[in-house]
Design a protein around this ligand. Sequence first.
Ligand code: FES
Length: 580
Amino acid sequence: MTFKPAQWPRTLRSQAWYGGTSRDVIYHRGWLKNQGYPDDLFDGRPVIGILNTWSDLTPCNGHLRDLAEKVKAGIWEAGGFPVEVPVFSASENTFRPTAMMFRNLAALSIEEQIRGQPMDGCVLLVGCDKTTPSLLMAAASCDLPSIVVTGGPMLNGYFQGERVGSGTHLWKFSEAVKAGEMTQEEFLEAEQSMSRSTGSCNTMGTASTMASMAEALGMALSGNAAIPAVDSRRRVMAQLSGRRIVQMVKDDLKPSDILTKPAFENAIRTNGAIGGSTNAVVHLLAIAGRVGIDLTLDDWDRCGRDVATIVNLLPSGKYLMEEFFYAGGLPVVLKRLGEADLLNRDALTVSGGAIWDEVKEARNWNEDVILPVEKALTSQGGIAVLKGNLAPKGAVLKPSAASPHLMQHRGRAVVFEDIDDYKAKIEDDALDIDETCVMVLKNCGPKGYPGMAEVGNMGLPPKVLKRGITDMVRISDARMSGTAYGTVILHTSPEAATGGPLAVVRNGDMIEVDVPARRLHLDIPEAELQARLADWQPSHDRPDSGYAWLHQQHVEGADSGADLDFLKGCRGAPVGKDSH
Ligand code: FES
């Protein structure tokens, strides 16, 4: 793909606020001058919005004000005018009921912050899980030149001599306590070891996955994803990105030039190779929807099916992001995909050139971290999309995090009507369940929870854990943390709260899972299924005002990205009217 840069110089959109001598312009320019900016900064140079998701309550992004200073330095050096703008920051570990409910609200508010203000280009300063997709969605809908800078992962955690991965070990330690293998005191002692430095989760969880997706899509400079938050090279990356966005504005290199179908195919294959989070499925579908790219669950299965998982990171493998960086990071993975003919080499990136040119010289410095394909964690690492009468619009499973012996399984359903029902029953030794059963959790989808919480990796019953069993088949319409693991079937669509077949599963029904055949089947007669569906009644326990109502009314299914229906598409960034 050849990109032809626009003519420079030309008049940029920020000049509608700052160029000329009209009363309105004096109004805009004069107010900004109260910050001490000299006249020549308003001469038509690119105004770059640094959209900063820093917040004390988004600890994963707690260092982004510091990083913003390096972005600004790069913008000044390249002849731009940086303006730092705080934006909605949906923290994964803080927001209730779930940060996912606010991804779309963040995207909506940030889109309008871009469109309504004098920016010619944007630096998307992100890190924690939802911050990356929400800003990418907003930037895609505005289509101003934009570049992603992530905050980088935390350093490795260690406890009792072992690596401790963000999230992953929270689940492991919690189950070890329930199984009687770890004391509560040890669990509390382990707490601090999980978060040793500033930065995002150090596993290949959703934050690291989305940083990798941004790089694979071409929306970040090569090598951005893996640099640890506290490494000086993270600050260098921020400064270089500041320089680069100024040239992108001059060239008019926009998200719609970069976010093409081949770019999404590259990202999907990359997700398979890194053993990335299932959350990437809903986020990439939503981002694609903002640029009008026809991306579907079938594309996920088609592109990811033959991709081996070669990145040996928790939760699928054993290392952490710090080691991934030392091994060479994502460019090594992209190079390996290119060599295997699994990369659209010509896809354009923020560099203005082809992705292959960015990665073809990459070197692997540790073959136990980025594995040779013959030692891959799994040869079929992509997201498996299952369909059948239990999931007519699809459900997803991450093979690299699942147990091989459960990939074909028939078991008796043990049903939880919602997450409260699960919590009330799971620790009861009288619960009729063993490791051959299939745990079914309903009403945790985009409308049901609401927001589609990360509760799909239901913890196993203690009485099963105590017998040394570590995995069972679990099915829900929920999501799962990217740091989690297990034979967990997620995003079942249509969701139970809208009357999808999941809603009518009953205790004792037999369920068949066949991952190689991509099949998810409720083994009851078709007439019985249709009768149950006809009898199904929606819950009347729904929000009737506020954002929760808006979300409930307009959120789409997980199979199409769980965006709000009226936010799909690219609306551009016209300068609009001025009321002053
Ligand atoms: Fe924020 Fe993991 S909770 S990156």
